[in-house]
Write a protein that binds this ligand. Structure first.
Ligand code: NAD
Ligand code: MG
Length: 395
């Protein structure tokens, strides 16, 4: 490994992005920031450019890019500002980049993650939607491009840590019986169904253990986050649906578990702080400091319970999409993105999220899925079907 690693942080202005920069700042002798990106938060990206002096800054929004350009110039920084979605693909695949942190939210993160895979980078994957939409194509690109894929999602990072190093995609061969994904249960874990129907975006985003972006916060409240993670685990670890189990664990201390054939269960534990899996993936196979406090097990009890699939139908819908295969997971993800956005904008109720996804899954069941273009077409069709469903439900 080179002494100084060049890092491209996509989605730098978000929750995972800022946690990543916090870890990078602790290791200036090891990592240098090559590029940072944000959708439209100019102020935050400007401050990050001032602190980390990247070669490139990408703003997806053109007007925001112009604004940032003015500020960068005014501050006398050498950072070059690029704009548009294509620029994300260019910086992710740039020949000088060693590590790509894929922390954009939603299917919008797919093209740049794919570019990193095709150009053989070390990919720190936070953007689970990439695997949900196009897992087969992405994993093939990782193999062909000679990329190193390290999961940042805390559950998958925990499983990665609890699997033996010699694991190369055959769970049977290393004696694994099941992968157990833990879920906090979110802010509505104990709420009655009727009260969930009336839930507001503020209530849905008030997660008990993690501070995250708005989309994944709502995903945690519906438990679709766990559903997406089931599909993510399928692709990352080549696990069948019947090898993946979901376990509610309200304290978010046990980040996930691997159950072996002999009855052994290995888990990874820690304070709920995303800097731990980020630092693990940045330093792998070395352990580097993350700024995270030690875990005080004297202060916390650990408890576990079964998920309530009646109040959280999204978990069931994700398993259904995984078993259907084809474009079902891409359709599930797209419908979810549209419905979550509508819920956050108060254009639909909380219960409409799962209802919209279910309706879209039924409609798009037989959609073609042979190529990336097919999947992107399924994504578009699912988005418009979800909008139609939500419009009809309102009128
Ligand atoms: P966030 O909303 O805080 O940040 C998202 C980032 O993506 C921002 O930098 C934003 O500017 C950028 N972005 C938004 N839309 C974009 C678009 N259309 N094109 C390009 N960039 C765009 O989200 P987050 O919580 O940091 O989550 C990021 C990803 O990591 C998600 O896929 C999420 O599921 C995953 N993840 C997050 C956490 C967490 O603790 N926050 C944990 C595990 C996985
Ligand atoms: Mg997670």
């Amino acid at each position: 490994m080179k002494a100084m690693q060049q890092v491209c942080v996509l989605g730098a202005t978000g929750s995972i992005g800022t946690s990543t920069l916090d870890v990078l700042a602790r290791h200036p002798e090891r990592f240098s920031v090559f590029a940072l990106s944000g959708a439209r938060s100019v102020e935050r990206l400007f401050e990050q450019c001032r602190a980390f002096r990247p070669r490139y800054a990408v703003m997806v929004d053109e007007a925001a890019a112009n604004d940032l350009r003015g500020r960068i110039k005014g501050a006398g920084l050498a950072t070059e500002v690029l704009s548009g979605a294509q620029a994300l693909v260019e910086v992710a695949g740039h020949a000088d980049v060693d590590i790509v942190v894929a922390a954009i939210v939603g299917a919008a993160g797919l093209p740049s993650a794919l570019a990193a895979a095709r150009t053989g980078k070390r990919i720190l994957l936070a953007n689970k939607e990439t695997l949900v939409v196009a897992g087969g194509i992405f994993m093939a690109a990782v193999r062909r491009g000679g990329a190193t894929l390290l999961p940042v999602d805390s559950e998958h990072n925990a499983i990665f840590q609890a699997l033996p190093r010699e694991f190369v995609g055959d769970l049977e061969a290393v004696g694994v019986r099941s992968l157990w994904l833990t879920a906090s249960g979110g802010p509505f874990r104990t709420l009655a169904k009727e009260a969930m129907e009336r839930a507001t975006p503020e209530q849905a985003c008030a997660h008990p253990n993690w501070v995250m972006g708005p989309k994944i916060s709502v995903d945690s409240a519906t438990m679709m986050n766990k559903g997406l993670e089931v599909i993510e685990a399928h692709w990352l670890f080549n696990a069948r649906a019947d090898q993946i189990r979901v376990l509610v664990h309200p304290q978010s201390v046990v980040h996930s578990l691997v159950e072996y054939r002999d009855g052994s269960v290995l888990a990874q534990l820690g304070t709920p702080d995303m800097r731990t899996p980020i630092a693990y993936a940045l330093g792998f196979p070395e352990r580097i400091a993350a700024g995270v406090d030690g875990l005080d097990l004297f202060k916390r009890g650990l408890s576990f319970e079964a998920p309530d699939l009646e109040r959280f139908p999204c978990v069931r819908l994700a398993f259904q999409a995984l078993e259907s295969g084809g474009a079902a997971a891409a359709a599930l993800n797209a419908a979810n993105e549209v419905a979550v956005e509508a819920f956050l904008a108060r254009r639909c109720g909380f219960g409409a999220i799962a209802a919209a996804i279910e309706a879209v899954l039924d409609r798009l069941a037989g959609h073609a899925a042979g190529s990336l273009e097919d999947l992107l077409e399924a994504d578009r069709a699912a988005r418009s079907a979800a909008r139609e469903f939500l419009d009809a439900a309102r009128s």
